[in-house]
Design a protein around this ligand. Structure first.
Ligand SMILES: NC(=O)c1ccc[n+]([C@@H]2O[C@H](COP(=O)([O-])OP(=O)(O)OC[C@H]3O[C@@H](n4cnc5c(N)ncnc54)[C@H](OP(=O)(O)O)[C@@H]3O)[C@@H](O)[C@H]2O)c1
Length: 306
C-alpha cells in the first residue's frame, strides 16, 4: 500500500522542491497529492477539511505559508490566517484521519539575542508579526494532539521562486556595487537541501519499525554567514562557474560588496541578529546532516543552467 501524501503550496520554493523530489521517489510518487493555492487555499477552512476527509492522507506536508515578512506588519490578519489558523485546521483534521503533519517554521521565532546557535529548547520571542504568526501556528499544532514534525528553517533560497540568490544575481548584473547587511548571522538554506532531508525523514517515519517521533526540529544547511557573506559567496561562486558555462558577466565583484549594518537598512519588520540554529537534534534523532551552505549554493547555481 502506497503512502498517501498531501502536499500544499507547490508553487512555493520548498513546496516546488518537495513536489519534484517526491514525484521522482518511487516509494512516494504514486500516493502524492500535490496541490497549489488554486486547488487548496489555506484561508478556506471548509476546503481544507474536505480535502483531508476526501484524500485521507497518511502524511500532510505543509510548506505553504504567508512569507512576506515586511508586508505582514500591515497584514497581520492574513498572516495569522495562513500561518496560524490554517495549521490548526490541518492538525485537527490530521487527528481525525490519523495522519502525520509535517510543517515548516522559521528562525524568526527567536529574538536573536543569544550569543550562540539556538537549540529547540531555547526560549522563543519573535520580533515580527510574521515570526509571531509562525509561532502561533507551531503552538496550534502542538496543542492539537496531532502526530507532528515541525522543521524550523532559515534564509531559504533556490533556483525556483523569488529569493536572495535571485535578487543578488540580478542586482550584480545591473550595478557596480552593492551594500549588504553584515550584522545578521544565520545559515542560507537551499530548497533542495530541505527537500532531500524531508525525503529522508519520510523514508524513516514510513518504516513501521522506527518509533514514531513528534516534535520541533531545526533544519538548516551547515555553517553560518551573514547576508553580506552570502552575497559575496554568490558573486564568487557565480564568477567561478561563469567561464565554464558561458554565463553573462556580473558588474559587481566580491570587493565591491560593502558591509552595512541593520540600522543602515531599516525594514518594517525587525529581524533577529542571530539566526543560527543548532541542528544536533535532527542529527541525533534522524541521522540527517545537511550540507555546508556554500556547497549547497554551488549545487543550486549549477542547477540554474541545467
Ligand atoms: N523563505 C524563507 O526564507 C523562509 C525562512 C524560514 C522559514 N521559512 C518557512 O519555510 C516554509 C516554506 O517557505 P518558502 O520559502 O517555500 O515560501 P514561499 O516560496 O513564499 O512559498 C509559499 C507558498 O505558500 C503559498 N500560499 C500562500 N498563501 C496561501 C494560501 N492562502 N493557500 C495556499 N497556499 C498559499 C504561496 O502560493 P502562491 O505561489 O500562489 O503565492 C506559495 O506557493 C514556510 O513555512 C516558511 O514560513 C521560509
Amino acid at each position: 500500500m502506497h503512502q498517501r501524501i498531501l502536499l500544499t503550496g507547490i508553487n512555493g520554493q520548498v513546496g516546488h522542491a518537495l513536489n519534484q523530489r517526491l514525484a521522482k521517489a518511487a516509494m512516494f510518487s504514486l500516493g502524492l497529492i500535490a496541490l497549489d493555492r488554486s486547488r487548496l487555499d489555506l484561508t478556506n477552512h471548509d476546503q481544507l477539511r474536505q480535502a483531508i476527509k476526501h484524500f485521507k492522507p497518511d502524511v500532510i506536508i505543509n510548506p505553504a505559508a504567508y512569507t512576506a515578512v515586511d508586508k505582514a506588519e500591515s497584514e497581520s490578519e492574513l498572516a495569522y490566517a495562513i500561518n496560524a489558523d490554517a495549521p490548526r485546521v490541518l492538525a485537527e483534521e490530521a487527528v481525525k484521519v490519523g495522519a502525520r503533519l509535517i510543517h515548516f517554521s522559521t528562525d524568526y521565532v527567536y529574538a536573536g539575542t543569544k550569543q550562540s546557535p539556538y537549540t529547540e529548547e531555547d526560549e522563543t520571542a519573535p520580533l515580527s508579526i510574521y515570526g509571531k504568526s509562525k509561532l502561533a501556528g507551531e503552538e496550534a499544532i502542538l496543542t492539537s494532539g496531532a502526530s507532528h514534525l515541525i522543521f524550523r528553517t532559515s534564509w531559504v533560497y533556490g533556483v525556483y521562486g523569488n529569493n536572495f540568490l535571485k535578487t543578488i544575481l540580478r542586482l550584480a548584473k545591473e550595478r557596480d556595487s552593492l551594500r549588504i547587511v553584515a550584522d545578521q548571522v544565520g545559515a542560507p538554506t537551499s530548497s533542495q537541501s530541505i527537500a532531500d532531508a524531508i525525503l529522508q525523514v519520510l523514508v524513516q517515519i514510513t518504516d513501521k519499525n522506527v518509533e514514531s517521533k513528534s516534535g520541533v526540529y531545526h533544519l538548516v544547511n551547515a555553517g553560518e554567514t551573514s547576508w553580506h557573506g552570502f552575497a559575496t559567496a554568490i558573486v564568487e561562486e557565480y564568477s567561478k562557474l561563469q567561464a565554464e558555462q558561458g554565463w553573462g558577466m556580473l558588474k559587481v565583484t566580491p570587493a565591491s560588496i560593502q558591509q552595512i549594518t541593520t540600522a543602515e537598512y531599516p525594514t518594517p519588520a525587525v529581524r533577529p541578529a542571530n539566526s543560527r540554529l543548532d541542528c544536533s537534534k535532527l542529527a541525533s534523532d534522524f541521522s540527517i546532516r545537511l550540507p555546508e551552505w556554500r556547497e549547497a549554493l554551488v549545487m543550486e547555481l549549477q542547477q540554474l543552467t541545467a
